[in-house]
Design a protein around this ligand. Structure first.
Ligand code: ACO
Length: 428
């Protein structure tokens, strides 16, 4: 017999089942509440609302724990590669050597874009933001591949998944090349996933491009650390849009748009721009922290704070270590890193940030690495999207495999005028 919670409304008691997850998290199941009582729950920002049961990613925000399919992020970061993590998230367990070889081959063979995509990207303004370009291009995949749009056909879904993981880096690279007026580079099958992306981003037809293993490994790590983060804004967007039974490409295209926002993935671009503006204006880190405390939302300390982590973001700890290592190896210790470290030290001992449990998040240091390896700031969020893609796919697949599948459709409490009558225009 499930444990029950009791709710009293207007003198009547309603019993609501308590659901428990595998890590002991508890929820009150209110799915029948409105039918029984006529009352709904209200939770702006969904901070107390579970939208699904999920077995993909576990986060304990108070303890700073993050696990993919049960495996701590620290272990995944130490031992895995991005494609292996993609497999883990999408298929639910670590791949065997054969599984990994097969998915790697399939993804490698799908990296090329339809030739018409050159015209597609070429038609966008030069200064188009890569997130807008990538979202549009991913949405357009549904026009190029009408053979894999049925969310309930496992073979079609499989093909769509491989196409997406394979093609998003090519799209991001095309968007970048278009913005700087260089030829779009075709993928090269002898390179691995990340090496190929770097080649498409930085290679030109005029010169040989050799992938630097330090840069390749740093990027692989960043993609792994961004690969999933349970029901965040973009993952929830993918689920909500996907619940209309639209195809996977359309749902992911919406997820990319959601990620772009500065309160979400767009923060990585904002962080580097904040660090650069502190450097360029010659103001001190302390001065900037004071501005961020003043309650002016335009001067938030970007890369600080998180809806779930009220303790260190474990991804940030890994990235900070990698950041020093990569910059040392590249001989590129920058003023931006120094400013980031200063800001972090000041904020972590400042009452304002301590009392609100605001810690640096995943994006506080990621931009410093991207910057050091030559990736322009407007591409940072596109890097995040490439990393997050397997997570979005896993969330979308879990939604469609759920026996309780329903279209997402929240309720509201209406606060507008009560019934009023139409006034003809001459009387207004
Ligand atoms: N700088 C200064 N003050 C902050 C910051 C910040 N970065 N973040 C939160 N606060 C303050 C708020 O002003 C608020 O103060 P108050 O209680 O005096 O009104 C309090 O801390 C709580 O903040 P909320 O915005 O209510 O917290 P919420 O959980 O809704 O927001 C969010 C989390 C959006 C991440 C927020 O911390 C933020 O805007 N951070 C900066 C942007 C950022 O780095 N986003 C990336 C998040 S990670 C990711 O998506 C990959």
């Amino acid at each position: 017999m499930a444990e029950m919670a009791e709710l009293r409304i207007d003198g009547k008691t309603y019993e609501l089942p308590i659901i428990e997850g595998s890590e002991g998290e508890r929820a009150i199941d209110i799915s029948k509440l409105r039918n029984q009582s006529g009352v709904i729950t209200l939770d702006p920002g969904y901070a107390n609302t579970g939208s699904c049961m999920s077995s993909i990613t576990f986060i304990d925000g108070d303890k700073g724990i993050l696990r993919y399919r049960g495996i701590p992020i620290e272990e995944v970061a130490d031992h895995s590669t991005f494609l292996e993590v993609a497999y883990l998230l999408v298929y639910g367990s670590l791949p065997t050597a054969d599984n990994l070889a097969n998915i790697t081959e399939s993804i490698t063979l799908h990296t090329m874009l339809h030739e018409d995509f050159k015209r597609f990207f070429g038609a966008l303004p030069k200064d188009a933001h890569p997130m807008a370009a990538c979202s549009a291009a991913v949405g357009a995949l549904s026009t190029f591949y009408p053979d894999c749009l049925d969310p309930r056909d496992p073979r079609q879904v499989e093909i769509a998944v491989h196409r997406l993981i394979a093609k998003l880096p090519t799209m991001a690279a095309y968007a970048y090349k278009h913005s700087i007026g260089q030829p779009m580079m075709y993928p090269r099958n002898e390179l691995d996933y990340v090496g190929n992306f770097l080649y498409m981003l930085f290679g030109t037809p005029c010169d040989e491009y050799e992938v630097d293993p330090v840069i390749r490994n740093a990027l692989d790590l960043l993609l792994i650390l961004h690969a999933d983060h349970e029901q965040n804004c973009s993952a929830s967007t993918v689920r909500l849009v996907g619940s209309s039974m639209v195809n996977l490409f359309s749902a992911i295209s919406s997820g990319i748009q959601a990620l772009w926002g500065p309160s979400h993935g767009g923060a990585n671009q904002e962080v580097i721009e904040m660090l650069a503006s502190i450097r360029d204006q010659g103001i001190s880190a302390r001065e900037f922290v004071e501005r961020a405390k003043a309650g002016d939302d335009t001067a938030r300390l970007m890369g600080f704070g998180h809806r779930v982590y009220k303790n260190f973001d474990p991804r940030m700890k890994i990235i900070k270590g990698a950041c020093r290592e990569v910059l040392d190896k590249l001989g590129a210790r920058t003023r931006l890193l120094e400013i980031a470290v200063e800001l972090e030290e000041i904020a972590l001992s400042d009452e304002y940030f301590v009392s609100r449990k605001l810690y640096p998040n995943v994006d506080f240091y990621s931009g410093v690495i991207y910057n050091a390896i030559g990736i322009p700031s407007n591409m940072f969020t596109a890097m995040f999207a490439i990393g997050r893609l397997p997570g979005w796919i896993a969330q979308w697949m879990e939604l469609h495999g759920d026996s309780n599948f329903k279209i997402g459709r929240p309720r509201q409490i209406y606060t507008g005028p009560t019934e009023t009558h139409y006034t003809p225009i001459k009387d207004r």
